[in-house]
Design a protein around this ligand. Sequence first.
Ligand code: CUA
Length: 365
Amino acid sequence: MRRGSIVQLVVLGMLFGAGAAAVALLIPWLPDPASEQADRIDFVFWFVTAICIAIFALVAAVIVYSILHFRARPDDDEDGPPTHGNTGLEIVWTAVPAALVTAISIVSAVVLAKNEHLPTAATASAARAAQASTVNGLCKTKSADPLKPLVVCVMAQQFSWLFKYPGYGNATSATLRLPIHRTVQLQLQSTDVIHSFWVPEFGQKQDAVPGLLTKLVITPTRNGIFPVICTELCGLGHAVMRSQAQVTSEADFVKWAKSRGSTANPGNGAPGGTSGAKLFVDNGCNGCHTFKPASSTGTIGPDLDNLSEAARRANQPLDTFIRESIVDPGKYVEPGYPNAMPGTFATLPPEQIDALVKYLSGGGK
Ligand code: CUA
């Protein structure tokens, strides 16, 4: 090969490489990572991208060089010279991709394994906690020791998220509050269909599957508010099944969780509280319905501020109408709204249904 050809190929390769690198670097394809796990995933992403850019530059340079130098003249209708295999070339184009693919799998496997790691001092207790929490498929873990990972139970349902903190008197929250630099283990459950938990800045997704307890480890590295998105098509309200993850300092988090744990659960964290306002949030009603006393603004289902008019249209007394709409939502469907409400609320304890009916019929009192 002549020296001029090599120079031309190298110049072409650098041009294409620079173009591809500009596209990769100048466009913000991914959000800024906000967790250790997302940092590692970002590394894999750039590792693969760098390999892709190099291969693209090589292939594009050879194609363009060949087009410039070897294209047929208008009057040339000869066959090209016959060629048989080139053993050296074939070994190279088999060995190099094999080595690259192997390198990508090793890097990915290491990152995936690391991303599931909990702090070593806590591995034993975490394993025990995980065992305890799979009993009856319920998330029952207790974890207050700061050495252990912070366990957050994530309850997914059509169409809302609820986050529970077993280490803080079972405090519940519709937004995910996390302390910075502390490893958190999310334990995900679903009450109806398959949902999928995703915070783009945390870099990972995990399904919430009915009857299973799935897990996701997050170590936040940046304070801020990030979107929580359901990324599994789960019904009519899928697109609005969103919440927020708020990362704060450890001190702010503990202050919040403690106040939450005591005020939200006056009965010493005992389950089955019957405050209508709390039940409204815990059961995700706020995810789909607008109700001014609860400051909720969902638009999947009817506006609950106009319940008496709806009851009149359904030709039922208000309390009966509300109760029926909770336990048998398909019986009367408000005109203009889809028949989207799941029937799972019929399984709530009777005293909780009573409390919800009272809360809604009394306009939030
Ligand atoms: Cu839940 Cu999509």
